[in-house]
Design a protein around this ligand. Structure first.
Ligand code: ZN
Length: 244
């Protein structure tokens, strides 16, 4: 089976569609594992939920998903994110709200645990450093964990002595050769923050036991134009140029 590992789509429909097309050129996929923040920041929350639902998918909730339906306090978001969140809430249909409401914060798929932020704090914690990642290995039981939230593609490895190391995600990871437990972040589809403006995602091939990491450029201007039309904060559009 081939699983698309997508995180932080953030209502960026153009980026989402481009990633789906890119995967088709690479042999396609059977289902999507979505690590949350389907909505928030971007201009097409309803369309992104609808598009995700067209595919077999396993999805966890992100903080923006829950904030948009009032399930977590909007005060946890920065000013621009909160403006976008209130706007997002007005775009959602009752079916969209029910769907976001139905998302769990932690799921297990075979050898993988799926969360948005971290296993310890699924809706809150950003895993950027090895120090922060290290104690999280005791909060999941599977060999591998998939996270999003930081929008930065990273791999954290914990060795048998309990030491944790952070590194950029390689283009290809052979999981059978891994004697370490891993926490993997595929990066963000709709709002990358590692200084590279291209959409970032991963693809897990369960037969080959390989995770591939891909980047794909998309029409940022088209998303920015939609954001302007929707009256979303200008800074949220500009940051897409810089991947920050
Ligand atoms: Zn996010």
């Amino acid at each position: 089976m081939r699983c698309a590992i997508l995180s932080d789509i953030h209502a960026n429909l153009v980026a989402f569609q481009t990633v789906l097309e890119d995967m088709e050129t690479r042999g396609g996929f059977d289902e999507i594992w979505c690590l949350g923040d389907i909505v928030g920041y971007g201009p097409e929350p309803h369309a992104c939920i609808k598009l995700l639902q067209q595919y077999k998918n396993v999805s966890v909730a992100g903080n923006h998903d829950y904030a948009a339906i009032g399930r977590i306090d909007i005060s946890s978001l920065n000013t621009d994110a909160a403006i976008a969140c209130r706007w997002t809430a007005r775009q959602l249909t009752s079916e969209d709200v029910d769907y976001l409401q139905s998302l769990a914060v932690k799921l297990t798929q075979g050898n993988f645990t799926l969360v948005h932020g971290s296993p310890r704090q699924p809706l809150r914690q950003y895993l950027i450093s090895a120090v922060d990642a290290n104690d999280n290995f005791s909060y999941f039981d599977t060999k591998f964990c998939l996270v999003g939230h930081s929008h930065v593609p990273l791999v954290f490895r914990q060795d048998k002595n309990g030491n944790c190391f952070a590194a950029g995600i390689p283009d290809t990871m052979q999981l059978e050769q891994e004697d370490h437990r891993l926490i993997v972040n595929p990066g963000g589809v709709g709002q990358p923050r590692d200084g590279d403006s291209r959409a970032s995602y991963a693809l897990y091939d369960s037969d080959a036991q390989v995770v591939h990491h891909y980047r794909v450029g998309y029409d940022i201007g088209a998303t920015q134009k939609r954001m302007m039309e929707c009256g979303l904060p200008v800074s949220l559009g500009l940051r897409l140029n810089y991947g920050c």
